[in-house]
Design a protein around this ligand. Structure first.
Ligand code: 173
Length: 317
């Protein structure tokens, strides 16, 4: 080998490994004290340990950094690289985002049946986003109330919502008010709302159990919480970093069975905290669950005549 070549090789070898390291900034649309967020921060810590020299994620914070309903746009425009959010929080980017709550197939099934690819096609086209992984599932939503009802009728009640619950709750006569999770405690405390829509879990993270008397059973839909990423940033990742991210995110998604036992325990904790369940007779219960689904898909297809029906094929059972 000629001397200049050797010198060039020596110079290459001396390059610090960090030269290829990419750092991505991630914000959470959920409050930082929510367990989801803590679990994701732990995932990031592990990723950062293994990703030295390849990929690092810098957790910026929660809604104090970027308000809940702005995280989607921040990811779309590249103000931040990544978001930890749910579709209902970024319907201002694309109405399709909220349709994922209607998933009856699992994230794993959606990876296999074309659903994950379809979601990514839509997210890329309409949101300039990569849908990296779903990390909360197997989690129904419920109505929580401070006034007792004996049938699925919310007439005269003011209920906090996000887009997840809008059409279903309105169909039961509720008057609705959209707020980020961070505003629910104060709204309950001040009596501004009589109840709220929320998953089976995470009441305790935000102390809402202190201000909640009833939960209506059964639940409906399937909470979806995921990691999303600016598409340009995703495409610009060095191949090794992208592979590493995909693999780490998929490993995280594969732990979703975790939520099954977690949710059972959360229901138990709610009972122990004195939250009473409201149930209906069998026929009313069936009508309630069927109506949630019917109204959800009708709204989805109205909001996205183009993609609603395609999503239904891969999400519904
Ligand atoms: O109620 C909500 O804030 C909401 O839409 C949601 C969605 C997924 C997980 C948790 C909450």
């Amino acid at each position: 080998m000629k001397k200049p070549m050797l010198l060039a090789l020596a110079a290459l070898a001396a390059l610090p490994v960090q030269a290829q390291e990419t750092t991505l900034r991630l914000v959470s649309a959920f409050p930082e004290n929510q367990y989801y967020v803590k679990r994701t921060v732990e995932w990031i810590e592990r990723l950062n340990k293994e990703g030295k020299g390849t990929l690092q994620i810098n957790f910026i914070g929660g809604p104090k950094a970027i308000p809940t309903f702005e995280v989607g746009n921040a990811v779309k425009t590249g103000v931040v690289d990544m978001g930890f959010s749910t579709g209902a929080f970024y319907t201002n980017v694309m109405p399709e985002a909220d349709i994922l709550k209607l998933s009856e197939t699992t994230a794993a099934e959606q990876r296999a049946n074309g659903g994950y690819d379809l979601i990514n096609k839509i997210w890329a086209e309409k949101g300039n986003m990569r849908y990296v992984a779903k990390v909360v599932e197997f989690t129904p939503f419920h109505i929580y109330l401070n006034r007792k009802i004996d049938k699925p009728d919310l007439t005269g009640l003011k209920i906090r919502i996000t887009p997840v619950y809008r059409e279903f709750f309105q169909s039961m006569g509720a008057s609705v008010m959209t707020t980020a999770p961070g505003e629910v405690y104060t709204a309950l405390e001040r009596g501004v709302i009589d109840g709220y829509g929320w998953p089976i879990h995470a009441l305790f993270d935000l102390n809402w159990h202190e201000r909640t008397k009833f939960r209506v059973d059964p639940g409906f839909y399937n909470a979806e919480v995921s990691i999303i990423m600016n598409l340009d940033k995703y495409k610009a990742l060095p191949p090794k970093a992208r592979q590493f991210l995909d693999q780490q995110a998929l490993a995280y998604e594969k732990q979703n069975e975790f939520w099954k036992a977690y949710n059972q325990n959360e229901a138990k904790r709610q009972a122990e905290a004195g939250i009473q369940t409201i149930t209906f007779d069998a026929a009313t219960t069936k009508a309630y669950v069927d109506k949630a689904k019917e109204i959800g898909w009708a709204a989805a297809i109205k909001a996205s005549p183009q993609y609603g029906p395609q999503l239904r094929k891969v999400l519904a059972k």
